[in-house]
Structure formats: C-alpha cells, structure tokens
Design a binder for this molecule. Structure first.
Ligand code: SAM
Length: 232
C-alpha cells in the first residue's frame, strides 16, 4: 500500500472485514480512506447463528447500521459506510488501491461489481482480494478472474478460500467484456475454471479448484451460491 488510492470493502456484513482492514491500515500508518458497502440488514435466524454467539447483545429489528457504527467506532474517521444494494450504489470516487470482494454470491452481481469498481484500479499497483475464490459454492469467481487473466495475475493465497490478484493492465471495455460471466456458456466457464486450476499450481492452491470444477459440472446453470448442490 502506497496511499495512492482508497480501500473498498464490498459486502462487509457487520464490519468484520472492515475492522481488519482499518486496523491494518492504522498499524501500517497508512492514510487511505476505507469505503464499506452492504445492505446492513440481518434477520433473526442470522442473528441467532452468527451475532449472538459472538457476544453481540440482542437487538430489535433487522437494521445493523447502529451496531456496525458502534463496532467500527475506533476507526470512524477513516471509514465511509455505503448502505444499500451495491449494484445501485456503485463507485463515484477516485483510484482504488485495495478492493476486497466478499459479495460475489450471485453471477449478475459479481459481473456488475466488476463493471463498477474494476475501472478504478491502478495498473501495477492495485490488489483485489477475492475472499471466496476457492469456495465451491462460488465457482464463478475463479471463472471471472481467469477470463480476465490478461488484466489480473494471482499473487497470494490466504487459507481458507482467499486469493489475491494484482491488476496488471488498465481495465478497459475489452476487459469488462471478457469478465462478464453471465454471457459465457457452461462449457466456456468450465474451460476457464480448468485454466484457473492450472494457474493456481504455482501458488499451491490449484488442487483446491478440483471441487469447484465438480460443483460447476453438477450445477451447470446455477448462478446463486445458496442454491448450489454439493457435488460430493
Ligand atoms: C459473507 S458476508 C460478508 C462478511 C464480511 N466480509 C466479514 O468478513 O465479516 C456477505 C455480505 O454481502 C452482502 N451483500 C450480498 N449481496 C449484496 C448486495 N447486492 N448489496 C449489498 N450487500 C450485499 C450481504 O448483506 C452480506 O453481509
């Protein structure tokens, strides 16, 4: 990080990833501003499954914004929250130096986020952290990054499912066109996934994509993570 652009967190839930990013920026004495996007909503089932066991005090309603503001208070001066649907909010800022992606649970949204945020990346500098790259329920993430291999190269793997990419060329119309997974046939998606598997061998995660290949074969038309059926 050289403080030459902002940091964007796409899909921050109640701010866990945002807090980690903010703490890292503070520890590294970086001034970059952080933008966190989410719907900031949570139903009772999710509260019971994720929030209350983590020590969050029970609260009424679905709005998590008050909770998120409280949790992120230590870094409030460097964070802007963007409530709403990411695809409606988009990006109107300057260069993005670090883009963290954890909302690619549906193909159309993933494609839209690429169109909205990738053009702001700085070639040779910006990193894209793909939180769900190796998760079998979101095989379209490696498909998209492989389809855009002329513009991105993998540079790091962080267990369990995360792969980090360096943006190597200015994102232009050709890049955005190449990265539209919704327009790719099931066969083209599978081919890209197999190429991604090979490319991942150098960073030691290639074999992990075998499960994503199986998942895509078992669910060739599925574009929604929670509807994916396990291939096992
Ligand atoms: C797996 S959670 C993120 C977890 C978070 N990054 C963390 O580390 O704690 C995915 C988040 O993406 C958000 N999300 C998914 N689709 C969205 C959309 N279209 N607009 C806004 N937020 C969305 C969900 O509300 C959810 O909070």
């Amino acid at each position: 990080m050289e403080d030459i652009g902002d940091v964007v967190d796409l899909g921050c839930f109640v701010g866990g990833s945002t807090a980690r990013l903010a703490a890292g920026l503070a520890a590294g004495k970086r001034r970059a501003h952080l933008h966190a996007y989410d719907r900031f909503g949570c139903d009772e089932a999710l509260k019971a499954r994720l929030l209350y066991p983590a020590g969050i005090a029970p609260f009424e309603g679905t709005d998590t914004l008050p909770l998120v503001r409280k949790l992120l208070a230590p870094w409030q001066d460097r964070i802007t929250l963007h409530p709403g649907q990411i695809q409606d909010t988009g990006w109107s800022g300057g260069p993005i130096e670090l883009l963290f992606m954890d909302a690619s649970k549906k193909v159309p949204l993933m494609d839209r986020m690429a169109q909205q945020f990738f053009p702001a990346l700085i070639p040779g500098k910006s990193l894209v952290i793909q939180q769900d790259y190796l998760h079998w329920r979101t095989p379209w993430v490696p498909v998209q990054m492989e389809a855009m291999a002329d513009w991105f190269t993998p540079v790091a793997f962080a267990p369990k499912d995360t792969v980090v990419f360096l943006n190597t060329r200015q994102i232009d119309e050709a890049a955005l066109e190449a990265g539209q997974v919704a327009r790719m046939t099931p066969n083209a998606r599978l081919s890209a996934l197999r190429r991604a598997r090979k490319a991942g061998d150098s960073l030691g995660y290639g074999k992990r994509l075998a499960q994503s290949v199986q998942a895509m074969k078992a669910n060739p038309d599925c574009e929604v993570a929670f509807k994916m059926q396990s291939p096992a």
